[in-house]
Design a protein around this ligand. Structure first.
Ligand code: F3S
Length: 285
């Protein structure tokens, strides 16, 4: 079959950096932990576990007696969580993506200046929880739809900072900004589009490809926010879109693929899975 693989498919800079940090830290004297799975990908997490890099949750940390190295994943954590780990005695390696770090700095700075902080994103996502944990006040809201936006801003005020989760949908962000400016909820508004370039590129490439292809395959973990968004974009433009984690998951749908097949993948999808899927579609179907 004719296949086009998105140039932007696979590990982004921040994820690659975090995963490399884990491999580099494995096999030493110290116990190595990641706070939560290093990426949304079961294969990579299990392989790392085989090399002694264990994913632990925050509530398990106490039982580890502060011994070892904790790697903070690319999503980042709140200032309070980082302090807690360090106070427990762990050594910390910070793999927070520099683009997420930048949001932490902006939120910290502007909240201290008295700005109300609006984050566009998913309030349950670890990146957003981490971002909120850098706000110096409780004057912060997370919104993901227009209704939430109106509710969060309707009481109005002087100064508003708007930032975004790095993987937020660009179109949606621009739409929110338009509404904020039109409704004039706040007298002064400082807008920072903190959607990362890797996400923007991936999303625009997915949009272009899904408009041009007859079938689309999105490879990514079901819990990965940026993969789910890619699926949403592709499904909007191409009815024949499939969201899979591994080649096995494609098998039951293989018969439905037709015409030109586009393949894209989330930022936490390893290259070997992308290659495996593209080889199969190109050579076996
Ligand atoms: Fe960083 Fe962007 Fe990836 S924020 S983790 S480079 S999607």
């Amino acid at each position: 079959m004719e296949v086009e693989v998105a140039k932007s498919a696979g590990f982004c800079f921040g994820v690659k950096r975090a995963v490399d940090m884990c491999y580099d830290s494995a096999g030493g004297e110290k116990n190595v932990y990641t706070l939560g799975p290093i990426i949304h990908n079961d294969e990579v997490v299990s392989e790392l576990a085989g090399r002694g890099v264990r994913a632990v949750e925050e509530d398990e940390m106490e039982s580890l007696h502060g011994e070892g190295l904790v790697i903070i994943r690319s999503h980042g954590v709140s200032a309070a969580v980082e302090k807690k780990i360090s106070d427990m005695g762990f050594e910390i390696k910070d793999a927070t993506c520099p683009f997420v770090k930048k949001i932490h700095r902006i939120v910290d700075e502007y909240s201290r200046k008295g700005y109300f902080v609006l984050v566009t994103g998913d309030e349950a996502h670890p990146e957003v929880i981490g971002i909120c944990g850098h706000c110096a006040t409780d004057r912060i809201a997370v919104v993901s739809d227009e209704e939430g936006l109106d509710k969060a801003l309707s009481s109005g005020g002087e100064n508003l900072l708007v930032v975004s989760q790095t993987t937020f949908n660009l179109k949606k962000f621009k739409n929110f900004v338009e509404i904020i400016e039109k409704k004039g909820y706040y007298r002064s508004v400082y807008i920072q589009n903190t959607i990362c370039n890797a996400t923007e590129e991936r999303q625009s490439e997915a949009e272009r490809m899904s408009k041009a292809c007859d079938s689309m395959i999105v490879i990514g973990d079901k819990t990965s926010s940026n993969s789910k968004k890619l699926y949403g974009i592709c499904a909007e433009n191409c009815e024949n879109t499939f969201f899979i984690q591994t080649l096995d998951e494609l098998m039951p749908h293989a018969g439905k693929l037709h015409g030109k097949v586009g393949i894209t993948a989330g930022a936490s999808t390893p290259n070997n899975i992308i290659q495996e899927v593209s080889r199969y579609v190109r050579d076996e179907l």
